[in-house]
Design a binder for this molecule. Structure first.
Ligand SMILES: [Fe+2]
Ligand SMILES: [Fe+2]
Length: 176
């Protein structure tokens, strides 16, 4: 009985890994034009959480969005494309307040990212919702209106936490 349970779990885990591997290529096809756009590539210049830059962070969120939304039979393509643009604010937020006096980057950057994204890409309702509401619940009244938008509020925080903790681990190793 225990062996049967273990086998079942092993099969499920193997299936998830197999799907992740297969979906990896489908994912990149969905975001390729955005990921290779010169304005989006500029995100590589701006540091974000931990040792990542804005581009890497957006790619991480887009990847997890795609996997989760496809798993739940939602609009995985829009989820990935919206996430790829969700932090397209194009400045270093670490020095932004000092340079511009805008002390509320956490609240204002979704709007900036949306304006920038709309200049270069045709966005659908889901993609706009993902960008505009991804900081919820920090932005109290900007509750996501789509399921894909809600998933992004989770994947964004999950990726941010992983990226920051990677840096802390690296710093601890250096101290030893
Ligand atoms: Fe953000
Ligand atoms: Fe983000």
């Amino acid at each position: 009985m225990i062996n049967g349970g273990k086998m079942k779990r092993k099969n499920i885990i193997e299936k998830i890994y197999r799907l992740r591997e297969e979906w990896k290529y489908d994912f990149y096809e969905c975001v390729q034009d955005i990921a290779e756009h010169p304005v989006v590539l500029r995100m590589k210049l701006y540091p974000h959480h931990g040792t990542t830059n804005c581009y890497k962070h957006c790619m991480n969120v887009a990847y997890y969005n795609y996997q989760w939304c496809r798993f739940f039979h939602l609009d995985a393509k829009s989820a990935a494309r919206g996430a790829m643009l969700h932090d397209l604010f194009l400045y270093d937020w670490h020095t932004h307040a000092e340079k511009t006096g805008d002390k509320f980057h956490g609240l204002t950057h979704p709007n900036t990212a949306l304006k920038n994204a709309e200049k270069f890409f045709e966005l659908n309702k889901i993609e706009k919702d993902i960008i505009y509401s991804h900081m919820w619940p920090v932005t109290l009244f900007r509750f996501p209106k789509t399921k894909e938008g809600f998933i992004t509020t989770l994947t964004d925080k999950y990726c941010g936490a992983c990226e920051s903790s990677k840096r802390r681990k690296r710093e601890k190793r250096r101290e030893k």
